[in-house]
Design a protein around this ligand. Structure first.
Ligand code: NAP
Length: 301
């Protein structure tokens, strides 16, 4: 039996593992996709203290190697459910694998939000993308669009402007939510065009994306693009744990400042947690808080 099983191998989960190991607890981190979490998709991270500029993949690798260096075990599995009783949990995976733990930290992060347009799902991989770092190269020298007004959209547009012929940045408001510094950098790129106060109302193309129908204050227009990078935020993917903790209206986990939940042996950290600021720095802060709270719980058993 592990002292702590951490569900999710992003910055929050890996920080939790590092802190728990340094408190002498045995730790297993279970990740379903790739260690590093969402940050792996960021081309450059320039707001994490201690690093003037670092690629998201490199930073994610550092979080992983630090946790493993401290002695955390890791598994690539998808967690299906958390069962058992407080102090003796069974973490069940889709593969059938099961792991026992005295406490569980849920740091499952969030997955990309979709626009909800008719053929959006059918066009994923054939024009509709959610990761410029992963898929940008397929649109080299082509015209593409990015939708969103946060840091992800701004960073995606910057990255794509280095590869693509033209980048339209479509946002539903007249100003961006993301950092002014990124907006300034985009304004200097000749091949970037801002399309503001605009939503996408239709994706044109049956088997591959050909164009977008735009709606600007009720006026329709069409732009031809080979790719659309949807960067309109994320939503937590923790509905299967809802019996163990309260979820708010948007599906985020309710918890106290120390990352405790309504269930004494279940803790929550990172982007799946309801809080005002979802940032890399607040994710790692949660990881530390959740780990220390979990250690305190285990020591009280
Ligand atoms: P975000 O900050 O939540 O921004 C989402 C954007 O999408 C907002 O501009 C929002 O518009 C827009 N949007 C939401 N739903 C929409 C819809 N249905 N149709 C059209 N537009 C829609 O998300 P994010 O950019 O993914 O960033 C998430 C967090 O990670 C943020 O805190 C961000 O700062 C952080 N981040 C950090 C880095 C880094 O380098 N450290 C990189 C990327 C992201 P409104 O503005 O109108 O709400």
């Amino acid at each position: 039996m592990y002292d702590i099983v951490v569900v999710g191998g992003g910055p929050a989960g890996l920080t939790a593992a590092t802190y728990a190991r340094r408190s002498g607890k045995s730790v297993l981190v279970i990740e379903k996709d790739g260690f590093g979490g969402q940050i792996s998709w960021s081309p450059r991270v320039e707001n994490f203290p201690g690093f003037v500029s670092i690629s998201g993949t490199e930073l994610g690798d550092k979080f992983l190697s630090q946790a493993m260096e401290q002695g955390a075990d890791v598994e690539l599995e998808e967690v299906a459910s958390i069962e058992g009783v407080p102090g003796k949990r069974i973490v069940k995976c889709l593969s059938g694998a099961e792991f026992e733990a005295k406490a569980v930290i849920i740091a499952a992060g969030a997955k990309p939000r979709m626009l909800g347009l008719e053929n959006e799902e059918a066009l994923i991989g054939n024009g509709v993308c959610f990761c410029a770092v992963c898929d940008g190269i397929f649109y080299k020298d082509k015209d593409v669009a990015v939708n969103g007004g946060g840091n992800s959209a701004l960073q995606d547009a910057l990255l794509l402007s280095e590869k693509c012929r033209k980048v339209y940045l479509i946002h539903r408001r007249d100003s961006f939510r993301g950092e002014a510094k990124l907006v300034e950098a985009l304004e200097k790129r000749d091949n970037v065009e801002f399309i503001l106060n605009t939503t996408i109302s239709e994706l044109v193309g049956d088997t591959e994306l050909k164009a977008l129908v735009l709606d600007t204050n009720g006026v329709k227009s069409e732009i031809a693009v080979a790719g659309l990078f949807v960067a309109i935020g994320h939503k937590p993917d923790i509905a299967s744990f809802s019996g163990l903790m309260e979820l708010d209206g948007a599906g985020y986990a309710a918890s106290s400042e120390d990352c405790t939940t309504k269930t004494q042996d279940i803790f929550v950290a990172g982007d799946c947690r309801a809080k005002k600021v979802h940032q890399l720095t607040t994710a790692v802060a949660d990881g530390a808080s959740a780990a220390l709270a979990a250690c305190e719980y285990i020591d009280s058993l």
